[in-house]
Design a protein around this ligand. Structure first.
Ligand code: GDP
Ligand code: MG
Length: 182
């Protein structure tokens, strides 16, 4: 139950990145606490709601928008991005091409979505499938920090939807930046 003194925030968050990087799996793990190894392409727009008791005074409702199979085309419509407050851009550490696509996703996002204050939305980079032990891309953390700085990401995390690694942490990082910028 919400106490009368509590503040409530509702944030639309986007989860974007190439096909098969684990976007749907990350949302499922975060919201429903489960994981399925069976691949099923997302069809249609999918939403999931996650409620966070942020602190004693604040409840945060996250509306996570999964991609609707449009990642095949490498970009999204403005309608999908509209009114989002933050984004996760996901790549698969076992497939370098999905990392190369990250800057394209970031450019697509920033070209179609600007916050009312004129700034780009806070974006966190997720290096997913870190459980696979093939993490040649991010084993140099300094390089990733530099990449984030240069490309306007507020942070990056090695995640695993399979093993439930760092998904809560990544979300908290994103929400913290959104709250701080409001
Ligand atoms: P999407 O197309 O980006 O939504 O990707 P999916 O969530 O459908 O995942 C694509 C495939 O990768 C599925 O077979 C998942 O089971 C698998 N997968 C997703 N996340 C992970 C992970 O963290 N580790 C491993 N090992 N496999 C994953
Ligand atoms: Mg999907």
């Amino acid at each position: 139950m919400q106490k009368p003194s509590q503040k409530e925030h509702l944030y639309k968050l986007l989860v974007i990145g190439d096909l098969g990087v684990g976007k749907t799996s990350i949302i499922k793990r975060y919201v429903h606490q489960n994981f399925s190894p069976h691949y099923r392409a997302t069809i249609g727009v999918d939403f999931a709601l996650k409620v966070l008791n942020w602190d004693a005074e604040t409840v945060v409702r996250l509306q996570l928008w999964d991609i609707a199979g449009q990642e095949r085309f490498g970009n999204m419509t403005r309608v999908y991005y509209r009114e989002a407050m933050g984004a996760f851009i996901v790549f698969d550490v076992t497939r370098p091409a999905t990392f190369e696509a990250v800057t394209k996703w970031k450019e697509d996002l920033d070209s179609k979505l600007i916050l009312p204050n004129g700034k780009p939305v806070a974006t966190v980079l997720l290096a997913n499938k870190c459980d696979q032990g093939k993490d040649v891309l991010t084993n140099n953390g300094l390089k990733m920090d530099q990449f984030c700085k240069e490309n306007g990401f507020v942070g990056w995390f090695e995640t695993s939807a399979k093993e439930n690694i760092n998904i809560d942490e990544a979300s908290r990082c994103l929400v913290k930046h959104i709250i701080a910028s409001e």
